[in-house]
Design a protein around this ligand. Sequence first.
Ligand SMILES: Cc1cc2nc3c(=O)[nH]c(=O)nc-3n(C[C@H](O)[C@H](O)[C@H](O)COP(=O)(O)OP(=O)(O)OC[C@H]3O[C@@H](n4cnc5c(N)ncnc54)[C@H](O)[C@@H]3O)c2cc1C
Length: 385
Amino acid sequence: MPDVVIVGGGISGAAAAYEIARAGHSVTLFEARSLAAMASGWTLGGVRQSGRDPAELPLAKAAVARWGGLDEELGAVTGYRRRGNLRLARTEAEVGVIRDLVAQQRGLGLEIDYLPDNAAIRAIAPAIAPSVLAASFCPGDGHADPIPAVRAYAGAAARHGAVIRDGVGVRALIRSGETITGIETNDGEIVSAGRVILATGIHAPELLRPLGLDLPLRIRLVCVLQSVPLPPLFEQVFGVANADAAGRQEIDGRLRVTTGIGDWPHEPGSWSPDNLAPRAADIATLIDRVTQVLPVMADAGVSRIWGGLIDLTPDALPAIDAHTGLDGLVVAAGFSGHGFGIGPITGEILADLALMRQPRFDLSPFRLGRFAGSTAPDSVLTLHG
Ligand SMILES: Cc1cc2nc3c(=O)[nH]c(=O)nc-3n(C[C@H](O)[C@H](O)[C@H](O)COP(=O)(O)OP(=O)(O)OC[C@H]3O[C@@H](n4cnc5c(N)ncnc54)[C@H](O)[C@@H]3O)c2cc1C
């Protein structure tokens, strides 16, 4: 019997598997599709502190400190680059938003600068359009390659003895009174465990509901476009003041750019994580928005387009919690479009909770119970990228 079972092989589950295995405990991770098949593969891959909710900022700062050493620690390339995040103002109204953001984030102790004009922005990133008026610049932010990063975690976990069961879905958590004692796979296999970590992204509510636990999520679609490899253009992640576009250039030169959130499903009843094709109109909007701030986009060859689903909670903060009323259960879901960058710290916290160690962060803002009785929320996507 493994000490810990993890359900979900995104960045949260894979990082937790690594932390638990390297602490010397037996751990088995079940992933229904393949590692990083959902949000952790769809993602832009921004590793950002700027624009974070004050409750999440300590996690984001700690994550940045951790990302820098991950390639060496995990023995694999995550593609992490700490080159900063530019948040752009396209209008006078957005200039005000960016100024306020900088003041608020500086007040929280974050190193972030206000770039008051186009020349200051283009001194850092000459590819940005001359029409952009101002920006924030957070030099400690960065980006990483999502799928290699998740695989790096899973590979290192396996080297420490973790069992990764890729392609094996879990249909239920097993409960005995007020304790979770294991899981049942889609094939009916029962696996007992001292602790079960649920890190199944948008699928978390389906596994929580039969246990009487609520995680109200509003699912939204974000359109992502990847270009063919281009010569080096810029190294930062860029976003915009109202979060309706963001992007970065990957290490191999591909642009990876996203829109803000759109409605999902496109048609009532069509809800399916396997049906993610963005509408042509959404793709046109994405290209328009990105070209406005990054003119080179207009001539870039398009390699791939996909839709990614965002799991918005009512307050746009995740549930990271072991105080669910059920012993043995640890939940990590509802990252609301910004759970990739903090993944290394989510993994650390999940390991602490599963192994009954005291986490080094205040987790009270992330209690699952705060949503009890809430209906599906109407929160907006806070800044991404
Ligand atoms: C387009 C887009 C852009 C984004 N940009 C950023 C960004 O720039 N920066 C940032 O920090 N965040 C970003 N995010 C958010 C970030 O990607 C997610 O918050 C993060 O990846 C969540 O990781 P996770 O491991 O918790 O969940 P997921 O990556 O969704 O992993 C859950 C896993 O569980 C598996 N699973 C589900 N049900 C079961 C089951 N029953 N049994 C077994 N396995 C199961 C799934 O197949 C999946 O692999 C973005 C998200 C999207 C969609």
